[in-house]
Design a protein around this ligand. Structure first.
Ligand SMILES: Nc1nc2c(ncn2[C@@H]2O[C@H](COP(=O)(O)OP(=O)(O)OP(=O)(O)O)[C@@H](O)[C@H]2O)c(=O)[nH]1
Ligand SMILES: [Mg+2]
Length: 568
């Protein structure tokens, strides 16, 4: 084994995947690489905030943090941890690989209380050891660049760590082991023939890391204590146990820390691992696998809807139109229009009579209309909110069954995000659709002038009849004024003129009433259309857009789960 086994291309250590850094944006072909998978995972966390379960998000965020740090640190070094029960021989193996007695071994149990690290090749290892938080007193170097001749060059890049026992009575030891096994590139579990089936080791460490088989190595140490045939039996039994625990094709190597060439097999594996420089990527990939699979539980296989369809959108607008009372407003406006038109185009005599009689019905009607209109624009918000809520529920009812529970909840929340603003926005859109009352059609003025002209003619004609009666019939003036005032024979003609004038006024009023009815219906239709446009805008901005945004987030989430899982 020589240093020539180490790939010259640094990106080989991530399996050809570019490390984070400038220019790390190109989309590689084929399955996503580690960096891309981590980016996908990051997007999953962002999308999941406020929607998915907190422990999953925290787990993923911790991994992203750890991966980011590890990828920034030396990729030339492979961190290998020796973990296992007390007395299994971790420190003895550590010393055997180092070729020096660096970590004390002995009969005292537990012996090792703090992690010891030995580094082959110091360049760039300092920050890595700082990150691993190995006490400076327990850091050793075996092969600096200058020292390669004398030291074991084929292990160049190895950071071997001897850990305290995992099942220690000392909580500190356990914490130290937990911390290291979370960040190591290659996990080595050291067991001995007596305690290889130790339940605590299997339950707490080997099983939780079952997916990490690619970066896990089981070392059966102290085989010098067994007869050769017992070794095979022991290994076979251990393999069966591991496979039953879910480890696919576990790597097992036997060692003896006291025999002359007892650690060669183990050492060869370390040499290969260090040379391949893949352990760091593989370790992180296995971590991403585990976390990404938890996210996969938050998606369904079926293609989800990404938009609110036209039918549902139409139902929402209709429900909001009803909730806002738009038809009632349009009707009220129609009545108000007709009442106002009557002031212009109605027969003034009838209006004067009505005013003299102070028509209570008309007054009540106007007050009622005013109340009705005011109510439509300002509230009653409390009563409307219930209708609005029902309308919102209607939109999501058809969509959520196609989504997983968490996303269904999220879409419902998105639909309700602006619920309290909707009644006011609906009121505003009704108000915007109102016609301006100070403008009346020009023909109303013409008719009004015509009607008052007719009234004037009728009044003058009545006066004329009066004068004809006074002068012509009763001869009150003495002298015959003659002409138009003294000729009683004119009376029937003038009377006909009066009747005709009144008749024309009445006819004009009734014809105009029909015209007004027609145009007020058209008016109401136009207003209803305006209100509908306004309500559609409110529905679009306050309900449909947030719901569709949320559906898009879910759709991206589904794709990102595949990216994080490393699928194309
Ligand atoms: N026969 C034999 N004895 C071994 C072997 N490996 C270690 N020992 C002995 O087992 C005892 C414990 O070894 P350590 O290396 O201190 O064990 P450890 O796993 O580091 O123990 P802790 O530090 O307490 O967790 C020592 O007395 C070693 O000499 C081996 O392969 N064969
Ligand atoms: Mg030890």
């Amino acid at each position: 084994m020589t240093t020539s086994a180490i790939p010259a291309n640094p990106s080989a250590e991530t399996g050809g995947i570019p490390l984070p850094g400038p220019g790390d944006g190109a989309a590689p072909l084929g399955p996503p690489g580690l960096t891309e998978r981590l980016n996908g995972l990051d997007r999953l966390v962002q999308a999941g905030i406020g929607r998915l379960d907190q422990p999953v998000l925290e787990d993923a965020a911790a991994l992203l943090d750890r991966a980011g740090q590890r990828l920034r640190l030396s990729g030339d070094h492979t961190v290998v941890t020796l973990a296992g029960g007390t007395g299994s021989g971790k420190s003895s193996l550590f010393n055997a690989i180092c070729g020096l007695e660096l970590s004390p071994t002995g009969m005292r149990r537990p012996m090792t209380s703090q992690a010891h690290a030995c580094v082959w090749g110091l360049d760039g290892a300092g920050p890595l050891l700082d990150w691993l938080d190995v006490d400076k007193r327990h850091r050793y170097a075996r092969a600096s660049a200058l020292d390669l001749e004398r030291a074991d060059a084929s292990l160049q890049g190895l950071v071997l760590i001897d850990l305290p026992d995992h099942d220690s009575i000392q909580a500190m030891h356990r914490a130290e082991v937990d911390r290291f096994v979370t960040i190591a590139d290659l996990l080595v579990w050291v067991v001995d023939p007596q305690k290889y089936a130790d339940a605590a080791l299997h339950r707490n460490y080997i099983v939780p890391f079952a997916r990490h088989t690619g970066v896990t190595l089981i070392v059966l140490n102290q085989v010098d204590r067994l007869a050769p045939h017992e070794i095979d039996d022991c290994v076979a039994d251990l393999r069966r146990l591991l496979e039953a625990e879910g480890l696919a094709d576990p790597r097992i190597v036997t060692t003896s820390a006291v025999a002359e060439d007892g650690v060669y097999g183990f050492r060869d594996i370390l040499v290969d691992t260090v040379a391949a420089r893949r352990a760091r990527t593989e370790r992180l990939s296995a971590d991403v696998d585990r976390v990404a699979e938890r996210f996969a539980g938050y998606r369904l296989d079926g293609e989800p809807p990404t938009t609110v369809d036209d039918g549902r959108r139409g139902d929402l607008v209709q429900a909001l139109t009803d909730a806002a009372g738009a038809p009632a407003v349009a009707e009220a406006m129609e009545s108000a229009y007709e009442l106002r038109a009557a002031d212009f185009v109605g027969w003034p005599v009838a209006a004067i009579v009505a005013r003299l009689r102070s028509d209570p019905l008309r007054r009540m009607r106007l007050t009622e209309l005013r109340e009705e209109l005011r109510g439509a624009f300002t509230g009653p918000i409390g009563a409307q909110q219930g209708d609005v809520d029902n309308a919102l529920q209607g939109v999501t009812e058809g969509i959520t069954p196609e989504l997983p529970a968490h996303w269904g909840r999220s879409v419902r929340a998105a639909a309700r995000a602006h619920a309290t603003e909707i009644p006011e926005a609906l009121g505003e859109s009704l108000k915007d659709a109102l016609p301006t009352f100070n403008q009346v059609p020009r023909w109303w003025w013409l008719v009004k002038t015509w009607q008052y002209f007719l009234v004037l003619v009728a009044v003058l004609s009545v006066l004329w009849i009066g004068l004809l009666v006074a002068y012509g019939v009763f001869d009150l003036g003495g002298d015959d004024p003659g002409g138009l005032l003294g000729e009683p024979g004119l009376i029937p003609y003038v009377a006909v003129l009066v009747v005709c004038t009144l008749g024309m006024g009445w006819l004009t009023a009734s014809a105009c009433r029909n015209l007004v009815a027609l145009s007020s219906a058209k008016h109401a239709e136009k207003m209803e259309h305006h209100m509908r446009v306004g309500i559609e805008r409110v529905a679009g901005e306050k309900v449909v857009a947030p719901v569709e945004d949320d559906l898009q987030v879910y759709s991206r989430f589904r794709r990102d789960v595949d990216v994080a899982l490393g699928r194309t």
